[in-house]
Design a protein around this ligand. Structure first.
Ligand SMILES: Nc1ncnc2c1ncn2[C@@H]1O[C@H](COP(=O)(O)OP(=O)(O)O)[C@@H](O)[C@H]1O
Ligand SMILES: [Mg+2]
Length: 286
């Protein structure tokens, strides 16, 4: 049985203005898994994440960490945030120190670690997020993508068990988005539990072990990505689209080029392996 590390139980949340942003959320996060919360804008993804490390308190229901409902007392919250780290969507809400190095070292310093350990963690986080060149730069002079990477470094340096990334690739250029995905792979092989939110269906399909699809504050489905993406009515209800790989696969099956029993391709390389390739000769135009 996989160990459940984090869980939302019968959770409802109302913002002070009365917006019912989360409705009857029940979700188990398994230790070491790669989970994506997939949903369009306003679905409730960020609000759910704020519940996961105690920034917001459920109106009803609860969040459990390792089987125990979390406490909202200051000391308990500090302990929880050592274990559950969040990288916010907007890096400006995460960075507050004057230099990159100071910013990344802030969390580890507050953990009471030795100077040597803090330095080692910051160096590793700088390296992992390719921000080593920026360590002496004032944070307010960084570009958006650089701020985003530094905010990720700040959370990595805390070495939490569970790392939550809210729309991590939004605003990153293609190279840095790709490298970020490599970093997620590395964190995952190190045994971290990783939760991301996105509306990028290609990313959700290729990266996740499991998906939870949100719409209007509810989790309308959760399960294995391939299974969920083969339910068009579900994808439509959540205002999403099909990942290009599944779209292409469905068209090939529809045209009779692939038998319906063909396993779903997870990557472009998988797709190229299963397409019955026929060499095409193009006659030169006279
Ligand atoms: N501070 C707030 N006060 C009132 N409503 C909010 C606030 N923040 C978000 N909402 C509302 O809560 C719902 C969920 O928002 P959010 O969690 O940001 O969605 P997502 O991250 O999926 O885009 C939306 O209807 C949004 O308008
Ligand atoms: Mg959001």
């Amino acid at each position: 049985m996989p160990e459940v590390i984090l869980e939302a139980v019968d959770l409802d949340y109302f913002y002070p203005d009365g917006t019912n942003a989360l409705r009857n959320i029940n979700l188990q996060v398994e230790k070491g898994e790669k989970l994506t919360i997939l949903g369009s804008n306003g679905a409730g993804k960020s609000t759910l994440f704020m519940q996961f490390n105690g920034l917001y308190r459920p109106t009803t229901g609860c969040i459990q960490y390792q089987g125990h409902a979390i406490s909202y007392k200051n000391k308990a919250l500090i302990e929880l945030r050592k274990k559950v780290g969040i990288v916010f969507q907007d890096p400006d809400s995460q960075l507050f120190s004057s230099s990159v190095y100071q910013d990344i070292s802030f969390g580890p310093l507050n953990l009471g670690l030795s100077e040597h350990e803090v330095k080692a963690r910051v160096k590793q986080a700088l390296f992992d997020t390719e921000t080593t060149d920026l360590e002496d730069k004032p944070t307010h002079l960084l570009s958006y993508g650089q701020k985003k990477r530094v905010s990720i470094a700040g959370v990595l340096a805390m070495e939490p068990e569970v790392i939550i990334f809210d729309e991590p690739t939004a605003g990153l250029d293609p190279r840095h988005a790709r490298e970020f995905m490599q970093l997620l792979k590395k964190l995952s092989t190190e045994g971290k539990t990783i939760i991301i939110s996105t509306h990028d269906v290609d990313l959700a399909y290729s990266w996740s072990d499991r998906l939870a699809i949100m719409s209007s504050g509810e989790i309308i489905a959760h399960g294995e990505p391939g299974e969920l993406f083969l339910q068009p009515e579900l994808i439509e209800r959540a205002d999403l689209a099909l990942p290009w790989l599944i779209d292409m696969y469905c068209s090939l099956v529809e045209k009779g080029w692939l038998p319906p029993s063909t396993p779903l391709p997870k990557t472009k390389a998988d797709l190229l392996m299963i397409i019955p390739l026929v060499p095409i000769t193009i006659k030169p135009m006279l």
